[in-house]
Structure formats: structure tokens, C-alpha cells
Design a binder for this molecule. Sequence first.
Ligand code: NAP
Length: 516
Amino acid sequence: MIPFKNEPFVDFSVAENAQAMQDAWHKVNKELGRHYPLIIGGEKIETEQKITSINPSEKSQIVGTTGKASQALAEEAMQAALAAFETWKKETPEVRARLLFKAAALLRRRKFEFSAWLSYEAGKTRAEADADTAEAIDFMEYYGRQALELAERGKKTLISLTGEDNRLDYIPLGVGIVIPPWNFPLAIMAGMTTAAIVSGNTVVLKPASTTPVIAAKFVELLEDAGLPAGVVNFLPGSGAEVGDYLVDHPKTRFISFTGSRDIGLRIFERSSRTNKGQIWMKRLVAEMGGKDSIIVHKDADLELAALNIVNSAFGFSGQKCSACSRAIIHQDVYDEVVNRVVKLTSKLTVGNVTDPGNYTGPVIDENAYNKILEYIEIGKQEGKLAAGGEKAPGNGYFIQPTVFVDVAPDARIMQEEIFGPVVGITKASDFGHALEIANNTEYGLTGSVFAKDRAVIEKAREQFHVGNLYFNRKCTGALVGVHPFGGFNMSGTDSKAGGPDYLMLFTQQKLSSEVL
Ligand code: NAP
């Protein structure tokens, strides 16, 4: 087996690659508007109600429609997953891993096409879309290998006892409900789904309602790779209606959720209740929001720091759980860093993502657009507007990258997740003060420190309480296998997706001991 290696990113400065992306946008453009039914137990199910997916760069364009599940269909999906579990759990880890490797190979072949769907449905620029597709490939290559490794681990790690044959097996849990967010609609959705199935579970996949088409495309790809019917049941539908129903279901064994703090807490509460006929405690893997800080110490490379604040804050219009939404700058270098950040930000262009000249694209939908603009108005009361501060022109949900300076650390825009292109900057009197500010939210997902002093770096390593801590680099862009990802406190259960222990969350350990 070839050792795991991250999928390389496409270099769009190479003319051939830039052309391949243009061709893919062109091809996908001709496929917009199609319909994708539910898939339950391998059967395509039509529904009267539909979910319509809109291109956020061009509101009048329909990316596609999908079926919309009722609770009765959610029940059918649960029954299909329960039935498929009886055979899928008996497949060997090799068979299950091979399916992921095949799916990864198919996705690699159709890389530009999937990235083009990400541009149309999620508003990703070609570089952001390519990173999403590459990460989906990585998850499958990585989890396939991890499943094989886990199968061996139990045999190797036990202490031997003469006269006994002892083994520890990592067996699957049962039926899981997979509930991904829209912001990495391919990578996170594919990672959550394939981690669960490669471990021997079957799932009901409820995609985010703003990005169901890319999920439908991925389920088609799994079928092309040879996935047996009923292992993944594709169930687009309303979170409130079928989400609650499936979370409450007594046969649900685990829930794998990535999304906002509020929905995560709702699922946490509901899944902790035991319902009639339920014989287990449900397991919850929940990765939630962030309010991520970059600290700039007085000895830092200031240009590097400013560049990384801007890229971490405004890449994909700030719609990453890891995005920098707070910059905490040492007072000695505050004015200089602020000036550089403002200068860099004012050069950024916002618009339709199929124009490669645009640095970033739209926010995902009207709700997000209105909510972010409301936060910008709050920011105008809480700090000094230094860049952006309003909508940007075009027929999409475009908002200018926005910088507020001189914001108090406890201001609302410094505490609440905005999930858009807004960063607040605050001044710290010394490094201890900077750390105190960085740790003063209820979240704990990512953070970066720009500093040269070794003692300062070590102090941050010990005291900056986040799941993913970076030094002298951006706080976004975790790589599978390299930077296992997940946060503390209200950022979730710290599952460390893309890490060596992730599959443990989808298995239970069975010890068997035989006297020889
Ligand atoms: P969201 O509104 O919480 O939705 C996430 C998923 O939950 C969607 O599929 C949604 O379905 C579903 N849902 C809604 N109500 C539900 C219910 N009552 N029961 C079950 N499921 C329900 O989050 P989002 O806007 O998609 O994503 C953005 C959030 O995700 C941000 O807070 C971001 O920080 C976080 N995020 C975290 C990570 C991480 O690794 N920590 C990674 C990416 C994103 P509908 O679409 O149908 O409502």
C-alpha cells in the first residue's frame, strides 16, 4: 500500500489548468437545473416537495433541485440503513477501505468538474473549490488506511498471556445520522460519511439544505465506486423536521454533526434523552463554531502577520469555522499592523467566482447576507470602521471585506460568530494580555501567533486554549493527516477529523479471550 500523501493543489498559474477549470465551469453550467431525487435503500424516491439550490453569485440561477424528505421517508431511510447494517458490518475492513480508494480515484479523475459544482453551489473561487475537492480525496485515502490500521491495532497492542488467545476488535456501532454543514459541502460531507461507513456503520445522510446538489453528486460517485444499496441513504430535508426526527429515533446509534453552536447544542440535548425501545446511549460527534484569533507580538514579521490576517479572515468570505475574526495586536506595533491590514484589504475584489480576477465570492444565502450586514451595523457602534462596511455590487450575496479597529475585547463582534467577511482588531498591552483576550470567548477552535521570541511561542503553546494552534502561519487550511482538526469548549467535541483517532469515534471495542 502506498503511504498516505496529501492531494496536491492545482496550480492555476499554469495556463492548461486555468483552461481546464474554464472548461469544467462551462460543462457544469450546461448541467444546471437538473433534479436529484432521494436515495433510500438504493431506490430513487421522488417527493412532491423540493429543495431548490441557488447560485449565490447569481441569484437568478438554479443550480438544481433535490427531493425533500418527510418524516415518513426519514423512517424508511432508517429502516433501509438498519437492514443494510446486517450485511455491511460483516464486510472486512479491506473491502470497505477499497471502496473508499476507488471513490477517491474517481473523484481525482473528475476533480475540476466537482470543483466547478462547488463554485456554482457554494460560491467558491477556483482555488477554494480545489482545496475542498482535494480535502475530500484526502479524507477517503486517509480513512481507508486508518480502517486497515485499526483492524491491526487490536491484535498488536495487547499484552500477551501464555495459554490465552486475546484480541481486541474495533467493531461498528450501527446506524448513524450524518449532518454536515454547507461551507465545506464536499470535503466535510464526504469525510463524515466515509469515516462512518469505512468503520462498518450504515448512515442516513442529511445534507445542508443550501448545498444538496454537491452531496447528490457525491452519492452518485459512491454508487459508481460500487457502494451497496442502503449503506448511505441520501435524505435531503429540513433540519428542523427530519433532523429532529432522526436525532430522536431510538434506533439511531450515533450522530455525526458539523455546524453551528446552536444546532449542535440542540442535538446534544435531544440525543441525550432515551426514547422508548432505545437500548443504548447515543454517541454524539459534534464539531461546531469558532471565534478565532490571530495574535501579533511586537517582534513579529509584521508584513507576514498582516498578510495572514487578511487571508485567514477573508478567504471564502470568512465562511470557515477556522476563519480569523479577531486580531489581537501588541500596542508597540498596533498602528503599523492595522495600516497594513487595511491597505491589503482595500485591494481585495469581490464578485462572481467564475471570474478568476475576483479574490472572493458571495456569502451563502439571503439569511447569511442579512445577518452579516446586521453585524456590520453593530460593528459601527462598537469600533471604528477601517475598510469595507457595506454590500458589494452584483446579482449575488456580495459583501465587502470589512475591518473594524479599536474594538473592545468583550464587544459583540469580538464574541459572537459572524461567519462572514468581518474582522475586529484590538490592542493588547503585552503578550500576557493578548493571551487573556484570545482565551476570553466561549469557543476554542483555531488560533495563530506571530512571534519570534521562543519563550513567547512556548507560553502560547501552553496557554492558548484552542484545538488547532498555529505559529507564524494562517489559522485556516488544516490538512488531512497533518493537522487533525477539532476544537474545545463550544467549538465541539474535539473529534480531530483527519487524525489518527477519528475512526475510534465510529467504533466500539470488543475484547475476546480464549483459553488455549
Ligand atoms: P447549521 O445551521 O448548524 O446547519 C448544519 C446542519 O445541521 C445542516 O445540515 C442543517 O440542515 C442541520 N440542521 C439544522 N437544524 C437541525 C436540527 N434541528 N436537527 C438536526 N440537524 C439540523 O450550520 P451551517 O450554517 O450549515 O454551517 C456553519 C456553521 O458550521 C458555523 O457555525 C461553522 O463554524 C460550523 N462549522 C464547524 C466546523 C468544525 O469543524 N468545527 C466545520 C465547518 C463548519 P439545514 O441546512 O436543512 O438547516
